[in-house]
Design a protein around this ligand. Structure first.
Ligand code: CTP
Ligand code: MG
Length: 219
């Protein structure tokens, strides 16, 4: 079985909407509701949502009728993923996704999932950065890094669930994504093509961009 873990427990400090980011409205529905649309249109059997600890009841009402369970998230993203993995069996494939990437196409979930099934490795979607990237020492440019060697990483990130859980439980550092903890535990991580629509909503600018993408074309 394939289970999606949707982490939605963050405060959204940088967005500054005065409420948890996953519950912020985008074109009349929450970011979480949009994210769940993409997840459930993919080849996924069920979903575990890590909700803001004070909003578990609200989120449960929001997922009524969907193949989803809701758990209280943790103090950081890694803790939220681990809380959700409590509802995932070791022999399942897990796709860990940010609620903050509400417009991620179902095809990305299916691509990641298929590559986990094919290889047994960790799989992450990524895009080659569009900007030229420099390595710095203070304010001095040291070198231009070849873009082909770089990947801007998105979610969903897919793993054999048992191996991910053990990697996160034994992680001695806080990692910024699940693949970093998985790799630190000695596992291989592969990359597949991400999507521009899988961008993360971090600031007001990102939210405006999402609103514009969803707006009907002007007559
Ligand atoms: N997340 C989570 N639990 C946490 C922190 C983050 O489930 N304790 C989730 C967020 O809800 C989000 C994803 O991890 O879907 C990516 O995190 P980020 O974009 O940093 O969201 P926030 O932490 O909410 O935002 P900020 O860092 O601006 O406060
Ligand atoms: Mg954060």
């Amino acid at each position: 079985m394939t289970v999606a873990v949707v982490v939605a427990a963050g405060d959204g400090t940088r967005l500054g909407a005065g409420m948890p980011k996953a519950l912020v409205p985008l074109a009349g529905r929450t970011l979480l509701a949009w994210a769940l649309d993409g997840v459930l249109a993919a080849d996924v059997d069920r979903v575990v949502v890590a909700a803001p600890p004070g909003r578990v009841d609200d989120v449960e009402r929001g997922v009524a009728g969907l193949p989803a369970v809701v758990v209280a998230g943790g103090a950081d993203r890694q803790a939220s993923v681990l809380a959700a993995l409590g509802h995932v069996a070791d022999d399942e494939v897990v796709l860990v996704h940010d609620a903050a990437r509400p417009l991620t196409p179902p095809s990305v979930f299916d691509l990641v999932r298929a590559e986990v099934v094919r290889t047994g490795d960790g799989v992450i979607p990524a895009l080659t950065p569009a900007d030229t990237i420099k390595r710095l020492a203070g304010d001095a440019v040291v070198e231009t890094v070849r873009r082909a060697l770089l990947a801007a990483v998105q979610t969903p990130q897919g793993f054999p669930a048992g191996a991910l859980r053990r990697a996160l439980e034994s992680a001695d550092a806080r990692h910024t994504d699940d693949a970093a903890a998985f790799a630190a535990a000695g596992h291989r991580v592969r990359v597949v093509e991400g999507s521009p629509d899988a961008f993360k909503i971090t600031t007001r600018w990102d939210l405006r961009r999402a609103e514009q993408l969803l707006a009907p074309p002007a007559a």
